[in-house]
Design a protein. Structure first.
Length: 366
């Protein structure tokens, strides 16, 4: 009996000790820390998001060979951006260069002959004037000079054609553009007119945005568009809607409204068919009270936000006006400058104790 009594006493002591430890810990643990943000004034912007690609509303430009020949060097590749008259490829021009040397030599010989005949004619004229030479001999010399001058014009024309062949052995870009296809390789034999490159016209490149049917009514010509590289929203430029196609397009099972957007900035360094992200500004208003969307427990018109009263959480009902991408307008329930809690992924309960950490900076979202 004594042993049983001692066991009961020991168990009671252990239970009391455990309770004391629990009480000390539960009472001494500080409440969780939360971040808050103040209700402020500013713009509320509403955007429609759409996927887009860099497209060319006109036809592509095909560049072909202007002479027959073997490809000696290819200077660009698919994806290269080129300027008008920039060399794209060189064809073998050795035969033309040899012919040019022959033509230049022929012109030089004729020029020497003409110079000699002109000096001889001057002498004949003086001799004829004093009766030392006949008119017939002078006439023959002048006719011979005229024939050499005709031959010189023919030699110059031949030389010009040879130089043109040499110039055409260099395939050049007819416009500013981006190479989308390059069907050419060194050693390949090409024929006159054979297409070698396809260029997308840089001057005609635009952005084709695929807008959902339900959003079509909110978009107009001139609507501002914020364009960024896919997965790189920080690299964004401002463009605008140029035109809206009247008919819905279908691609597979998807239907969309084609909206064409300007592409005037070179900062994006885009290429044809590159994927882009587009945000079309369809609403904007400066409001006296707004709060970040991440502070709301719901995005409906009647929502609530967490505030702190006497160190405890309280769900404050709010009435919202315009709801944008980063902010919502507050019509009632909160006052300017009032602090609201940013949940930050935490699960809150009504009346739970909390402590305020450093106030969060205002949201950077548009």
């Amino acid at each position: 009996m004594k042993r049983i009594l001692w066991q009961i006493i020991a168990l009671a002591a252990i239970a009391g000790l455990l309770y004391a430890v629990y009480a000390s810990f539960s009472g001494g643990t500080p409440p969780p820390e939360v971040k808050t943000v103040a209700i402020d004034s500013g713009p509320v912007r509403s955007y429609i998001r759409a996927t887009a690609t860099v497209s060319n509303p006109g036809s592509d430009v095909r560049v072909g060979a202007t002479v027959d020949g073997g490809v000696e060097e290819v200077l660009v590749q698919a994806g290269s951006t080129v300027r008008k008259d920039q060399p794209l490829a060189r064809l073998n021009s050795e035969e033309a260069m040899r012919q040019l040397a022959i033509d230049e030599l022929a012109v030089t010989k004729i020029d020497t002959s003409i110079a000699q005949q002109q000096r001889a004619i001057e002498v004949l004229r003086k001799d004829y004037a004093v009766g030392a030479e006949s008119m017939e001999k002078l006439t023959q010399a002048q006719e011979s000079l005229a024939m050499d001058q005709v031959q010189r014009r023919q030699a110059l024309a031949s030389m010009a054609l040879t130089r043109l062949r040499i110039a055409r052995s260099v395939v050049r870009a007819p416009i500013d553009g981006t190479i989308t296809e390059a069907n050419i390789r060194p050693g390949q034999v090409v024929r006159l007119g054979e297409p070698l490159f396809t260029l997308a016209n840089l001057g005609q490149q635009q952005i084709l945005a695929r807008v959902e049917q339900g959003d079509a009514q909110d978009i107009k010509i001139g609507t501002p568009a914020r364009v960024s590289l896919e997965n790189a929203p920080e690299q964004a430029v401002d463009e605008k809607v140029l035109r809206i196609e009247p008919a819905i397009r279908k691609e597979g099972n998807a239907a969309f409204l084609p909206v064409w957007i300007s592409l005037t900035h070179s900062a994006l360094a885009v290429r044809p068919n590159q994927q882009l992200d587009v945000r079309l500004l369809v609403g904007e208003r400066t409001v006296e009270r707004r709060l970040p969307l991440e502070a709301l427990t719901s995005s409906s018109r009647s929502a609530s936000a967490w505030i702190i009263r006497s160190g405890r959480l309280h769900a404050q009902p709010v009435t919202l006006g315009m709801i944008g991408d980063g902010y919502a307008e507050v019509l009632s329930g909160l006052q300017p400058g009032q602090q609201v809690v940013l949940p930050g992924g935490q699960t809150f309960k009504e009346g739970a104790p909390v402590r305020v950490g450093t106030a969060a900076a205002a949201s950077k979202k548009p």
